[in-house]
Design a protein around this ligand. Structure first.
Ligand code: ATP
Ligand code: MG
Ligand code: MG
Ligand code: MG
Length: 471
């Protein structure tokens, strides 16, 4: 009966029954009585299961004594109640099959206290085996599944938007180029025939910065849609909050305004946090226990998420937020000024100190927001919102979209974008346009918040940043 470590530890099989566990050695300890205590993990949960094995076992006599951290094995035996403290069940081993020993047991793995986040990011074999990355990886999975479940339950349809695109969805010139500049020159084949080359069919092609424009087209047909996929930005990713490749969640709702959008954002965040609290409490508690010693820099994870779920979001107008910042006694590095974007220090002050719970800031000056956001009646602000969370600042950016073609064109021209480049997007305003709204949320930003991480690079299995490792 093959079981996962999690199933064995939770007593999913009857005590006294025969089980088989497959995994890797976390630690081995030997008793004088010729018994080895092997802690085995398989990634299914934080805790290892203890296998109690006579050290005569193995593929040859006493092979058990060669097992070191990281070695792979199969343990067959009987699931029994554990006498030791810390775990309820253990395996009384009859058979140990060693699959792979470790090449250099003297140095693998280095002592846990020597593992810095930077070191682990460059060790593809070691990073996922560390306790912290095991926990983050499981939390990431639980959050991703909760996101799909939330939208499905609310009647949304998941739309996969293109990764390779020609549209600059943000109009901010942050797209990585896929095709080379040669792509637009005449074909290289001597006969003048078709040369597909590697330049994406000789078209100017880029990696997407956001699926929003594409998802809007489907919103104008399916009413409630979302995209959840990889996104790329050619910007300075030498920060603790930016990656060159990250995953974005972008819902879009039709027949909706900014207030509906804020409501959706609140329900969404709470549902995801609730699911993670329910499903991965063990991993959250483990990460919490490592605050300040590893990659977790903010503690009280469970309490923070529970408080978030209980809170009701405050809504503040951008103009009022600027007034609050100006009236505060706080010394900011950048003085708050109407017309400038809020800095992270401003955002954190509002959410943490001034208001003390999540805040939705609404109606930003048009000059600091993207071209697709809807112009308000005041002619100065657009129907944009940012959701600010205590402990991190901006976590979500969203808006009601400009559904009026003349207004959209005017805004594009003002921002030096050429409406002709967005023909298909403009068409959405020509054939049964309706008010609609949506938001974008960086999945890794969300994980930084959930896990209390000091650096966004530790929220993704393979971080892509300047000087990224080769794998
Ligand atoms: P920031 O001000 O932090 O640079 P932004 O305003 O440029 O963010 P948006 O264009 O509003 O970001 O994108 C929506 C969301 O995507 C953000 O709220 C954030 O969660 C996430 N995000 C943006 N850029 C990155 C990045 N480089 N790495 C990871 N997540 C990102
Ligand atoms: Mg940015
Ligand atoms: Mg911002
Ligand atoms: Mg933003």
């Amino acid at each position: 009966h093959v079981v996962s470590v999690k199933e064995a530890l939770e007593g999913k099989v009857e005590v006294g029954s025969k089980v088989e566990v497959r995994g890797w050695v976390r630690t081995r300890r030997d008793s004088k009585a010729g018994i080895s205590f092997i802690h085995v993990t398989d990634g299914s949960c934080q805790a290892p299961i203890q296998a109690v094995a006579p050290n005569t076992l193995g593929n040859y006599q006493n092979e058990v004594l060669h097992l070191t951290t990281g070695a792979s094995l199969i343990v067959r035996g009987t699931l029994v109640q554990s006498q030791g403290k810390g775990q309820a069940f253990e395996i009384q081993a009859d058979e140990v099959v060693v699959l792979g020993l470790v090449d250099d047991p003297e140095t693998y793995p280095l002592q846990p206290k020597q593992h810095t986040a930077e070191f682990l990011r460059e060790q593809a074999h070691l990073r996922p085996r560390s306790n912290s990355f095991g926990a983050i990886t499981r939390i990431r999975h639980a959050a991703a599944m909760a996101i799909h479940r939330f939208f499905t339950e609310q009647g949304f349809v998941w739309v996969n938007t293109p990764i390779v695109t020609a549209s600059d969805a943000e109009g901010a010139g942050q797209m990585f180029r896929v095709s080379t500049l040669d792509a637009l020159k005449p074909p290289r084949t001597p006969e003048g025939g078709v040369d597909f080359g590697q330049d994406f069919f000789r078209k100017e092609a880029y990696l997407t910065v956001s699926g929003q424009l594409n998802v809007e087209a489907y919103c104008m047909a399916m009413s409630k849609v979302y995209t959840f996929g990889p996104t790329f930005r050619a910007e300075n990713s030498n920060t603790t909050r930016h990656l060159a490749e990250f995953w974005m969640i972008e819902p879009e709702i039709a027949f909706a305004n900014l207030s509906d959008d804020a409501e959706l954002a609140e329900a969404f965040l709470k549902a995801i946090f609730k699911a993670v609290l329910n499903e991965r409490r063990d991993d959250l508690a483990f990460l919490d226990s490592t605050v300040g010693k590893g990659i977790v820099t903010q503690g009280g994870l469970i309490a923070r998420l529970e408080a978030f779920v209980q809170s009701s979001f405050e809504r503040v107008d951008y103009t009022d937020a600027i007034e609050m910042l100006k009236k505060s006694k706080k010394k900011f590095e950048f003085a708050p000024e109407w017309g400038n974007d809020l800095q992270t220090e401003h955002e954190r002050f509002l959410a943490e100190e001034h208001i003390g719970r999540p805040v939705v800031v609404m109606n930003y000056p048009e000059q600091i927001k993207a071209f697709y956001m809807r112009m308000n009646d005041d002619g100065k602000t657009v129907a944009a919102m940012d959701v600010l969370a205590p402990g991190i600042g901006e976590i979500i950016g969203g808006s009601q979209r400009e559904e009026r073609l003349d207004m959209l064109d005017a805004r594009m021209r003002k921002m030096n974008l050429e409406p002709e480049h967005y023909g298909w997007y403009r068409d959405l305003r020509r054939y049964g346009s309706v008010p609609h709204a949506g938001f974008g949320l960086g999945f890794e930003r969300l994980l930084v918040y959930i896990c209390g991480l000091g650096n966004i690079r530790d929220a993704i299995p393979y971080p892509r940043v300047p000087g990224w490792a080769q794998f």
